[in-house]
Design a protein around this ligand. Structure first.
Ligand code: ADP
Ligand code: MG
Length: 268
């Protein structure tokens, strides 16, 4: 086994069946992510990005292929993994305050009360929600609820963090702040991050690699290396010539994916 590999996805296939219909969401996904790497995934809507993340998180049975985390097959929700879902509203407990929502996984992790309180306070501060600690999720806007879900993942300090279009519902300024928060967390803790987004610029700004997925049934169209320095800055990085080159390349790939281009030149 290669010790430097955190996540290994090999020939993953997923077909949804039921009600007399079947949908082939993912045909053949193969990629691996090194320990401590930050990898983004982009692809057309309906390509199977959420499906992929749910399989990795052990929430969905695969139809074919294998997923391994630190060398062990994924058979259920893995310890040390945190997931921020696209449908954040459903992932928070409405009967718990913001503080308790963030604290719950820390209790399950066995942290003592003082450590839990310190982590919750730091996470609330990081997402700008200190004032809302005693509110309930349903009293908050969609963007604020999403920041609670992010704070919960941040406080947990996972070894692997999966994020499914986590910033889709937040305003542009908050989004930029949260992007930098996730990168800071990644650099500080050395965690492995798999980040799904439909925003090409965001994928290049955040990732060390961008996996571009094809149209459904899904395969990896290209694994794009983002050779920008680790020190990134919303203004400088995004206005650098290399950033523009990479985002143009990813953009063209995504456009090709939408038109049904397959790797190897055989267009569907
Ligand atoms: P993405 O996140 O890339 O937009 P999804 O993973 O949500 O894509 O969906 C991929 C495909 O699988 C879509 O065609 C979608 O309609 C289908 N799909 C997703 N969830 C289900 C489900 N529970 N049952 C049947 N089909 C599904
Ligand atoms: Mg999705």
């Amino acid at each position: 086994m290669d010790n430097s590999v955190a996540l290994d996805v090999d020939g993953l296939a997923k077909t949804y069946t039921g009600h007399g219909r079947s949908v082939e969401a993912v045909r053949e996904l193969t990629f691996s992510i090194g320990r401590g790497e930050f990898v983004c995934i982009v692809g057309p809507s309906g390509a199977g990005k959420t499906t992929l993340l749910r399989c990795i998180a052990g929430l969905l049975d695969v139809s074919g292929g294998r997923i391994a985390l630190d060398g062990a097959p994924v058979t259920g929700p893995p310890a040390g993994m945190a997931v921020v879902f696209q449908e954040y509203g459903r992932s928070l407990f409405p009967w718990l305050t913001v503080r308790r929502n963030i604290e719950l996984p820390l209790k399950e992790k066995g942290l003592n009360k003082a450590d839990r309180a310190a982590r919750v306070a730091a996470a609330l501060d990081a997402v700008g929600l200190t004032e809302s600690a005693e509110a309930h999720p349903w009293q908050l806007s969609g963007g604020m609820q999403q920041r609670v879900a992010i704070a919960r993942a941040v406080a947990y300090e996972p070894s692997v963090l999966l994020m499914d279009e986590p910033f889709a519902a937040v305003d542009a300024q908050t989004r930029a702040d949260l992007e930098d928060l996730v990168r800071t967390l990644w650099r500080r803790l050395g965690i492995t991050v798999l980040f799904v987004t439909h925003d090409i610029d965001e994928s290049v700004y955040l990732g060390q690699r961008v996996l571009v997925l094809s149209n459904r049934p899904t395969v990896v169209l290209e694994d794009v290396r983002v050779d920008l320095p680790d020190e990134r800055d919303q203004l400088q990085t995004r206005s650098s010539p290399r950033f523009a080159e990479i985002r143009t390349h990813v953009y063209e790939l995504v456009q090709a994916a939408k038109k049904g281009h397959r790797p190897g030149g055989g267009d569907a």
